[in-house]
Design a protein around this ligand. Structure first.
Ligand code: DX5
Ligand code: ZN
Length: 222
């Protein structure tokens, strides 16, 4: 069953010198806060880590959805929990068999998700959907904001939607990369539940208006 559509702004596109204020601006209008952790190894970029997550948890009640673009996120599960993370998503490319990392994440009291990169076939993830609160389909290659949405990823959303529905599961399908009103609408039609948006929200002159436009695009009541 398709879940209510939710919006998760990605702080990667925010002004880090004003992070608290940026989050406060969007907080009343969104559902999760998407936090991109990069290690310069799993992806060719660096972003932020545990201290920033801990600071964020002190200033927001939004669930912190931590997208780990790192080689060994299992080493940081306790620290993520202590910092105030809510959900940790790890890449299937880092854990071809994610059974153990899923169990360890849950033991820490965290929600667990698996992420799929554009070149990775969806079949790599399908056998593990039932381990997940969330499956995250990357609609750009990870590492950088502001990239163009890759159309071919919509077919993966469709496959996951069928798999989740036929299994009677409640796993959320999250989509990340190049999301604005037009791409979000297409991803919603394909079956996505949670929409990560960095540039289209924090890069907008009026982030609140940008969120409203995104919300209209994915609103099922239209
Ligand atoms: C990319 C990150 C994304 C990124 C999305 O590696 O996982 O969350 O911030 O940025 P936009 O919305 O600008 O494509
Ligand atoms: Zn992300």
């Amino acid at each position: 069953m398709r879940q209510v559509a939710r919006i998760a702004p990605s702080i990667l596109a925010a002004d880090f010198a004003r992070l608290g204020a940026e989050v406060a601006t969007v907080e009343p209008y969104v559902d999760w806060l998407h936090v991109d952790v990069m290690d310069g190894h799993f992806v060719p970029n660096l972003s932020l880590g545990i201290p920033v997550i801990a600071s964020l948890a002190k200033v927001t009640d939004l669930p912190l959805d931590c997208h780990m673009m790192t080689t060994n996120p299992h080493a940081y599960l306790g620290a993520l929990r202590d910092a105030g993370a809510w959900q940790v998503t790890v890449h299937i490319e880092a854990y071809p068999d994610p059974t153990a990392v899923a169990a360890r994440t849950r033991e820490e009291g965290l929600c667990f998700g698996l992420v799929l990169n554009p070149p990775t076939p969806v079949e790599a993830l399908v056998p593990y959907v039932e381990l997940c609160d969330t499956v995250l389909v990357m609609s750009v290659n990870p590492g950088f904001g502001g990239q163009r949405f890759l159309d071919a990823t919509l077919a993966k959303v469709e496959v996951l939607r069928k798999s989740i529905d036929s299994g009677g599961l409640t796993t959320d399908i999250e989509i990340d990369g190049g999301i604005g009103p037009a791409t979000a609408k297409r991803a919603r039609d394909a079956g996505a539940d949670v929409f990560v948006a960095g540039t289209s929200i924090f890069g907008a002159d009026d982030p609140v208006a940008a969120i409203a436009e995104l919300r209209r695009a994915i609103d099922d009541r239209r």
